[in-house]
Design a protein around this ligand. Structure first.
Ligand SMILES: NC(=O)C1=CN([C@@H]2O[C@H](COP(=O)(O)OP(=O)(O)OC[C@H]3O[C@@H](n4cnc5c(N)ncnc54)[C@H](O)[C@@H]3O)[C@@H](O)[C@H]2O)[C@@H](O)CC1
Ligand SMILES: Nc1ncnc2c1ncn2[C@@H]1O[C@H](COP(=O)(O)OP(=O)(O)O)[C@@H](O)[C@H]1O
Ligand SMILES: [K+]
Length: 544
């Protein structure tokens, strides 16, 4: 596997916690104490001077964590208002509630109470965690709406800290669960400054509304690694497969199945005959073809070709139709040009075994893409199908048949809806209960159906392989990546990696990670042309 850290669904997380507790080596109470201590520790790290905090404790174990946080912050000199539900929770949360009651009072968790108490420096949301299965209703829904209003200005006072996750967010999909009872009853999105989650990120932290709701995400170790990895080793354990990883280079490496970003990238690029291979020559570093389109539309393919070159393909040939050759006369001189007017010429080019990757789609025109597509798919050469090739693919008579697993489809949401209208339709439904259908569910199904790697672009890019392995990459910190042509650069970068011999799933993942890193490195003001130019610096920084 590539880099990053493993993402666990809420069911997997519960299974690991249960396995840990059943082993007798750790109790639920100990885990809860560690969870609460992790949150209190992060709060004290960020706000070293004791201030005032309002802690909202829900009916389950998330609420239990809240009572631990209350006790620890009180001991550290914080001034607290603790609001809780009048219920008898599970034994661990009940014990933590008792321990808090010896220190201070619990006011009712109502909207009225929240309005009555004075504003604090921070609000701590310990209402629902991974146990949320249905939309918040009634008084708790009203409390959450009030909390959303109070903290709508993420940088203002009070700051919102969420325990494990923002309450009301489905942690398997990153969407807010809606009661369907109308605007008044539906949740007001929370806008946290800090979320401290336990053991592993969940899909909801990284998908859809998750990143905006969570704010800064910290993953706290509560001593479950041993059980997580033990379950990984039990290959027969279906709950643990297939792998779902986070492409998040900033995460520390904690998983036996994952390596750190630059080591894994180095291995992947090394395997592919990178420039680091002193014995290699240009053909052993791969020859990539990038098909261009009609006159006046050449920019997209040129961006892709440039990215493939900078990404380290040994040779890149841009293939426009004869009538468009003239517009591709400029730099880079390293780029080769060869006219390509019909499917027969593609067939001839693909008889050359040194052609190790092909990019079809950017600026190509749907008709041209449709005419070339059958030959490209026939040859089953590693390829990236993007933009117009995806529109052509959706209209092809045998779709979704005919692809192989060395092919990467790179749709944005609109193209995805053309290819998989039913899956896009399910994603667009208002989620009424958890776990809601997620982008990961959709992508796994899409990849399974068509037998290729599918990469759905967006601030939360999801990549899935036909065997169900998937990655989530969050680019919510680089919104300036959403500018014309960056998708063409991504397609080119991936084809460059394919040409270097990297397998499709890893090439796609590496492409997405490096693409976003390049945007992060450049900063706001970025245009697509800037991305390939960042690559040499980035590769050097990463030691690639
Ligand atoms: N299980 C464990 O060992 C640990 C759990 N921890 C905490 O426990 C959390 C999970 O706890 P739980 O499984 O108790 O679940 P939660 O505390 O997330 O809340 C679910 C509780 O609320 C009820 N509920 C769900 N949806 C509701 C709704 N819409 N309206 C009203 N009630 C609703 C459920 O029946 C359950 O009682 C984690 O997020 C984490 O914060 C941590 O203490 C670490 C250890
Ligand atoms: N809000 C966003 N934040 C960060 N990255 C984004 C955002 N929206 C889109 N992206 C990324 O920007 C790129 C846009 O690609 P695409 O939609 O194909 O645009 P184009 O066709 O103009 O190249 C993709 O890599 C996508 O993941
Ligand atoms: K919470």
């Amino acid at each position: 596997m590539l880099f990053g850290t493993e993402i666990l669904t809420t069911a997997q997380m519960r299974a690991i916690e249960s396995a840990a507790m059943e082993s007798g080596e750790v109790t639920g109470l100990t885990l809860m104490e560690r969870a609460g201590a992790a949150v209190a520790g992060q709060i004290r790290l960020r706000w070293p001077k004791p201030g005032s905090a309002t802690i909202l404790c829900g009916p389950g174990n998330n609420g239990g964590d809240g009572y631990v946080i209350a006790r620890l912050l009180a001991q550290a000199g914080w001034h607290l208002h603790v609001l809780g539900v009048d219920n008898i929770p599970g034994p661990d949360a009940a014990e933590m509630k008792r321990r808090w009651k010896r220190i201070g009072p619990i006011a009712p968790l109502t909207e009225g109470e929240l309005r009555r108490i004075p504003d604090s420096d921070i609000c701590i949301d310990a209402i629902f965690g991974t146990g949320l299965t249905r939309p918040p209703e009634g008084e708790i829904a009203a409390v959450l709406r009030r909390l959303g209003q109070m903290t709508a200005n993420g940088d203002g006072r009070p700051r919102l800290v969420t325990v494990d996750c923002p309450s009301g967010l489905c942690m398997d999909s990153g969407v807010w669960l809606h009661s369907g009872l109308g605007d008044d009853a539906d949740p007001m999105p929370l806008n946290a400054t800090l979320t401290v989650a336990f053991d592993s990120p969940k899909p909801g932290h990284l998908l859809q509304r998750g990143p905006a709701a969570c704010g800064k995400l910290v993953i706290a170790d509560i001593g479950l690694r041993h059980w997580r990895e033990r379950q990984v080793d039990q290959a027969a354990n279906a709950r643990r497969s297939p792998m779902l990883g986070a492409i998040w280079p900033e995460f520390p490496v904690r998983d036996s199945r994952m390596g750190d970003f630059s080591t894994r990238a180095r291995i992947a690029l090394g395997k592919g005959g990178s420039a680091g291979h002193p014995a290699g020559h240009k053909y052993s570093h791969g020859h990539a073809l990038v098909v261009a389109g009609p006159a006046g539309h050449g920019g997209a393919a040129r961006l892709a070709a440039r990215a493939a070159l900078r990404g380290g393909a040994g040779l890149v040939t841009l293939c426009p139709p004869s009538a468009a050759m003239a517009e591709h006369a400029g730099p880079p001189d390293a780029l080769m040009r060869r006219k390509l007017d019909d499917a027969g010429q593609v067939r001839a080019m693909l008889t050359d075994p040194r052609v190790a990757g092909l990019c079809l789609g950017p600026g190509c025109g749907v008709d041209r893409a449709a005419s070339l597509l059958p030959v490209v798919l026939d040859h089953a050469r590693p390829c990236v199908l993007d933009a117009d090739a995806l529109t052509a693919l959706a209209q092809a008579p045998h779709w979704p048949e005919g692809l192989s697993d060395n092919c990467v489809l790179t749709p944005h949401a609109g193209e995805f809806a053309r290819l998989f209208p039913d899956l896009a339709g399910r994603l667009a439904e208002t989620p009424r209960r958890g776990p809601a259908f997620s982008r990961v569910d959709a992508l796994r199904e899409a990849a399974r159906r068509c037998g290729a790697v599918v990469l759905l672009k967006g601030p939360d890019t999801v990549i899935a392989a036909p065997d169900g392995q998937a990655y989530i990459h969050s680019a919510s910190d680089v919104p300036w990546l959403a500018t014309a042509g960056t998708g063409d650069v991504l397609a080119g970068l991936i084809v460059g990696f394919l040409a270097r011999g990297i397998a499709a799933f890893e090439a796609a993942a590496l492409g997405v990670a490096i693409h976003a890193k390049a945007a992060r490195r450049f900063g706001p003001g970025l245009i697509a042309d800037d991305l390939p130019e960042q690559l040499p610096f980035l590769f050097r920084e990463l030691g690639l």
